[in-house]
Design a protein around this ligand. Sequence first.
Ligand SMILES: C[S@@+](CC[C@H](N)C(=O)[O-])C[C@H]1O[C@@H](n2cnc3c(N)ncnc32)[C@H](O)[C@@H]1O
Length: 334
Amino acid sequence: MESVDWQALIRLRRLFIEGPAAQVPYWRDETDVRSYDLTFAQRIGWKWDFVLGELRRLGWTPPAGVVVDWGCGSGIAGRAYVGAFGLERVQRLHCVDCSPVAVEYALRRAREKHPGMEVAAGLPERVDVLLISHVLSELSQETVAQLLELCRRATCVLWVEPGDYPSSLSLIAIRERLRGELHPVAPCPHRERCGILEPENEPHWCHHFAPVPGFVFHDPDWGRFAHEMEIDLRSLPVSFLVLDRRPAPPLPEGTVRMIGRPRIAKPHARILGCRADGRLFEGWVMRRRLPEVYRFLRKERPPSLQHWECDGEEILAWGPWGTEAGGRPEATGR
Ligand SMILES: C[S@@+](CC[C@H](N)C(=O)[O-])C[C@H]1O[C@@H](n2cnc3c(N)ncnc32)[C@H](O)[C@@H]1O
């Protein structure tokens, strides 16, 4: 962090908030990209770690082949992807961005982090895995349409955006346009129309929270980052979408993807969940029936993918979902 140019970050932060669409490319030089890479991009990397961890939990593996990081910036998405799935699944990593300064930086960092990996600038003919991260707010309708065409050429698409309402709704609209050709893998535990689009679910958006590494809270540089950027380091909301041309088996009945965080009241905890039948549903954990589950939901960070058994709105059995347990849920609440 010693080499961070704080003035450059303040300028970038202002651009991100104001919507820099009219001003791309906004990277002036390598200092801009490096300062971003050491700060904003690290936080985005923790979101990618969360998303890639969710995919591994599902037992999902990507095809081995050509990976494209589109709108790469400093290249954090590509590096996180290779870190998670390994060099052996990457024939070549392509970095694509309207800024040559960004592409050059991303390529160099990818070579440094993964020596021996083949890297290249620009779009290849064949795209096996398409990575897209934190670009939607900067793109015109026309560019989004071109990006959707690129998605249609890929075997799978991993798309990560900030977990705010507009980003989530944009990703949901993209899912609706692509789900006829590509199967939704995550976060959705189903392939139906997104339940959030039902009129009664208008207040909701599909978002999750990535964990933040503990060292951040004791590090004076991160303290300065939080102060200067006016960012709450504790909260790392994320919206994401993973699509795959290869069909996957449906998830077991009772699988639920938690949306947001549980809402805790004295007698109960309420969890908004997306169910395997495509419905958005608010389940209630009653404190007197499932005291341990209630305490866990109140104090800990519950896993995103869960298993529920319900009677009406009440959750009678609750457990984390995971292939580590042989694909069977560990039912904490039985
Ligand atoms: C907020 S940065 C995100 C960078 C990186 N994907 C990440 O998650 O850290 C958005 C990136 O998209 C790039 N970008 C914006 N419009 C673009 C376009 N039309 N074509 C290619 N790249 C674009 C910008 O130059 C910038 O590097």
